[in-house]
Write a protein that binds this ligand. Structure first.
Ligand code: HEM
Length: 495
């Protein structure tokens, strides 16, 4: 049996002042100062007419942006841009990004169309307005069959078959064990770094290849390339794709480096007789070409890591800050160890003996804690593009080709659905608060695009928390080492 260890979690406090100042300085002041430079009463009159016409009956309220590029803030502080827009302009408003129209919609009626209508195109919405997932075409390589989301979802299903999870679960616990060993028996760590890194490790283990997952240094290299690519998707790279920039060059170089790293592993497999049983082998066995296999491994990193990392880190913090729920969660895990871990070993070995079906379906306490963590934390907008005919939402026409943004916060933080919405309270599901309106809970998506990685994401979060809670006594401290009794709010505007 492992000895208990003590660890202090060092949490990073977000810099709110930066965002507050930005609110005043950018979106609202800038258009007025331009008017002032143009000077005079005529301009003021024009502004007044524009303002009044945008509010007249039937016209969709409009949030004005900068000349030519449109609403830059949508890319730099998306959550604030959207929630302030709804507060000022109501449950539908529009703005421009270059020549494209984006329409923000909120409310129950909007949810039905946004998530349920067959012409609301998921891939186009994210591709154009987010553009952060690397595709091989960016580096002039053509995948063979990996052309759409269906292909990716089909391969994810193969990865998450129960027999595959049974095979990979012990390796995931070995990874976590090795990772936590590096903390020693006492010390501090930052969950927003170390927990993300654990998620990287688990994702690479389950969805790429053992050659990389076995070597922490190579995993770190992949992690660095991942963040380079993420940073290469800034407002500038999305809005001004023709503008040469350091970020874009770094993104291209990192995508190439990631491709070559995966390709070396793929090629080495063919010159060796060793039998493998990892995700890459599943892809090879399913007949994927080298480029399709690499595109899958790259996409799985970008589909899964950020959300899973954020939710695992915040769930750890919420549990440590709520002794009652922490005790319930720890008890739940211990009861399964007692029931299933017959052959002993380290805590990691014992947890690996709990069957996949139990992780999937029989952990109501961890499930409800994760559900609540996602509700509180997930606030940014989901994105779509209308690929069908014009449709009507909230009394306004959504033209064919328009982009749509639906802020998750408009459901998750609506006090009429979830009273005291920023309070972390897993008991609210026993009170059926999430059943008050249709599709009031969106944490795993709904309608036509529910999350296809949900089962694996839940497994990752639970394995990290299970080993952590049973192994450590922990408290939360700030950067100066003082105990924190109230958690800071998440930085909702970071990408
Ligand atoms: C805690 C972690 C996660 C959360 C909270 C989460 C949440 C979501 C949400 C809300 C959506 C719907 C987005 C929309 O409607 O615009 C979604 C879709 C999706 N997620 Fe996740 N996700 C997580 C982890 C993962 C992982 C680990 C993977 C795979 C490796 C994954 C793969 C996907 C895919 C492929 C879709 C699109 C499905 C489709 O279009 O059919 N997710 N996820």
């Amino acid at each position: 049996m492992d000895i208990y260890r003590r660890v202090k979690l060092n949490i990073r406090i977000p810099q709110f002042s930066k965002y507050a100042m930005f609110t005043l300085g950018h979106e609202s002041i800038q258009p007025q100062s331009i008017l002032r430079i143009a000077s005079g009463a005529l301009c003021c009159l024009v502004a007044l007419v524009l303002f009044l016409s945008s509010r007249s009956a039937g016209a969709m309220p409009r949030k004005r942006g900068l000349p030519y590029v449109g609403s830059w803030t949508f890319f730099t502080a998306r959550h604030r841009f959207v929630t302030e827009g709804i507060k000022k302009l109501g449950n539908i408003f529009t703005f421009n990004v270059l020549q494209d129209q984006v329409i923000v919609v909120a409310g129950e009626e909007a949810r039905q169309v946004f998530f349920g209508h067959k012409e609301m195109n998921f891939v186009e919405g994210y591709k154009v307005l987010l553009a952060d997932s690397p595709v091989l075409q960016d580096i002039n390589i053509k995948p063979d069959a990996f052309n759409d989301m269906n292909h990716f979802n089909k391969r994810l299903t193969s990865m998450f078959r129960r027999e595959r999870i049974s095979a990979v679960l012990p390796l995931m616990f070995q990874d976590l064990d090795r990772f936590m060993e590096r903390w020693g028996t006492i010390g501090t760590f930052n969950p927003h770094e170390d927990v993300y890194n654990m998620v990287f490790q688990l994702t690479i283990r389950a969805m790429s290849c053992n050659e990389i997952a076995d070597d922490f240094d190579v995993v770190s290299k992949v992690t660095q390339l991942y963040w380079n690519i993420e940073e290469g998707s800034s407002a500038t790279t999305v809005l001004l794709p023709w503008l040469p920039s350091k970020a874009r060059t770094l993104k291209k170089e990192s995508t190439t480096a990631l491709y070559l790293l995966f390709k070396d592993v793929y090629d080495a497999r063919f010159s060796s007789d060793k039998v493998h049983s990892d995700a890459l082998q599943v892809l090879i066995d399913e007949g994927d070409s080298v480029n399709d296999a690499i595109q899958f491994m790259m996409s799985s990193l970008f589909a899964g890591i950020v959300n899973t990392g954020i939710m695992s880190a915040w769930m750890m913090l919420y549990l440590l800050n709520n002794p009652t729920w922490k005790a319930k969660a720890t008890e739940e895990i211990r009861s399964f160890i007692a029931k299933y871990a017959k052959s002993g070993g380290s805590l990691a070995d014992q947890l690996a003996q709990v069957p996949p079906g139990v992780w999937d379906e029989e952990m109501p306490v961890l499930d409800v804690c994760l559900r609540e963590t996602i509700r509180v934390i997930m606030s940014g907008p989901a994105l779509r593009r209308n690929f069908g005919d014009d449709i009507v939402i909230n009394g306004h026409k959504i033209p064919r080709g328009a982009f749509l943004a639906f802020p998750m916060a408009s459901a998750h933080h609506d006090p009429n659905i979830y009273p005291d919405p920023f309070k972390w309270d897993p008991d609210r599901y026993a009170r059926n608060e999430d059943k008050k309106e249709h599709w009031a809970y969106l944490g795993w998506g709904t309608g036509r695009h529910p999350c296809s990685g949900m089962r694996f994401a839940k497994l990752e979060v639970k394995t990290i928390l299970a080993l952590f809670l049973t192994r450590y006594e922990a408290e939360i401290v700030d950067e100066s080492g003082s105990k924190v009794s109230e958690l800071p709010s998440p930085d909702r505007n970071s990408r």
